[in-house]
Design a protein around this ligand. Sequence first.
Ligand code: NDP
Length: 456
Amino acid sequence: MAFDVDLFVIGGGSGGVRAARIAAEAGARVALAEESRMGGTCVIRGCVPKKLMVFASAFPDAMEDARAYGWGAEVGAFDWPAFRGKLHAELARLEGVYRANLTRAGVAIHDARASVADPHTVRLADGTEISAAHILVATGGRPFIPEPFAALRDQGHPVLVSDDIFDLEALPRSILILGGGYIGCEFASILHGLGVEVTQLVRGAQILRGFDEEARGHLADSLIARGIDLHCGTDLLALEPSEGGLRAKSTDGRERVVEAVLFATGRVPNSDGLGLAEQGVTIGRRGEVVVDDWSQTGVPSIYAIGDVTDRIALTPVAIREGHAFADTVFGAKPTRADHDLVASAVFTRPELGSVGLTEEEARARGPIEVYATSFRAMHQAFAGRSERVMMKLIVDADSRRVVGCHIIADGAGEMIQLAAIALKMGATKEDFDRTVAVHPTMAEELVTLRTPVRRG
Ligand code: NDP
């Protein structure tokens, strides 16, 4: 049977765009539908604007440090509208680049919502139907506000999700952030750096569930020392409109009036309303599209990649999944996306970079050695700051392989990328040891850790 296209991609985020481009370059006839802006979460309302805000938020501290280094420097006031204008201009530029790359590759773009009408047909919002040999669902995810608080947002109260931050008319003077994951911690740091009074509530005993325990504790201490009013083991009980914003009652019995509340309580896959279950695609308990190692659903012509599959919700992972899909189906190069040893960074200040196993995970698998150090970085110590860097290597005692690396430092995101190469290559502790240090740097500590602090 002749189809209109070989591939129809639903979703123009990082993963969908990569898959569409690689498939088209392999000779496939490809169409892509995006209901919002090309580039998806990462480019439009995630990684990119977030990182630019991280940069913006660092200047007050940089000016303080400049004075410690002998400069006469004052940071002055932060002009949010001026920054926001530049930010959106940059996002529009990047959106244009994504669009141009797709067009150059020969992908037909439909600026419309699309759903699956049958295993080989996509229906656009205007009713147009396009038949496709393969359909790729790359619709990402969206922030989630727990009940009963979503209703307040619908009524127009300053109940925000991360998407909203980039469009604020004005920065609030105070904010309550709920959640201790990547987004809660990153926005706590960013907004604090921009001069907002930040209170962060985390229902669990510590921030950043899933990360190395020692790193979680170290980072939480640093965030508190920087001025974030962080309360772990504390949940939000009630929220009500109040003069000047919202009155928040928390489980520790406290009440606060804040100008805004940011729900950073996780994200859910965008799998609803796509007609997937109706076609026999399995949707999991969290709303995720269930796929196998090849990103194929139970309906052979329908694949899914990225956050909608809720595997590892990171842009570079979605890109790899999209690329692997296109190589497999259109490039005659069967490739499974590799989800092992994926490094990531939490862009707090200081940053947390992490790859491989936590100490707790590694210990559960067998005997380990833990090498760790905590020290004041040269740059910071000279500026009179007491913040401490943390570096930690987890070593499998039998194979000697370094199975985990955790770094808390300015620039940890950059460092962990390189450490991840070593871990991916299977480097042993002795490989780290015989690598000569780059001096004076923070990262040199990774190759000069001589004695285990713990064995287990
Ligand atoms: P996370 O799942 O990482 O964190 C959600 C937080 O909200 C947790 O502290 C969680 O607590 C808490 N929470 C969840 N539900 C409730 C509730 N009903 N009431 C109170 N607290 C609640 O989600 P994020 O939104 O921070 O990020 C989503 C994903 O996006 C990340 O996991 C990551 O994969 C990706 N991301 C990556 C970034 C990066 O690479 N730098 C940056 C931003 C996002 P508990 O732990 O107890 O469940």
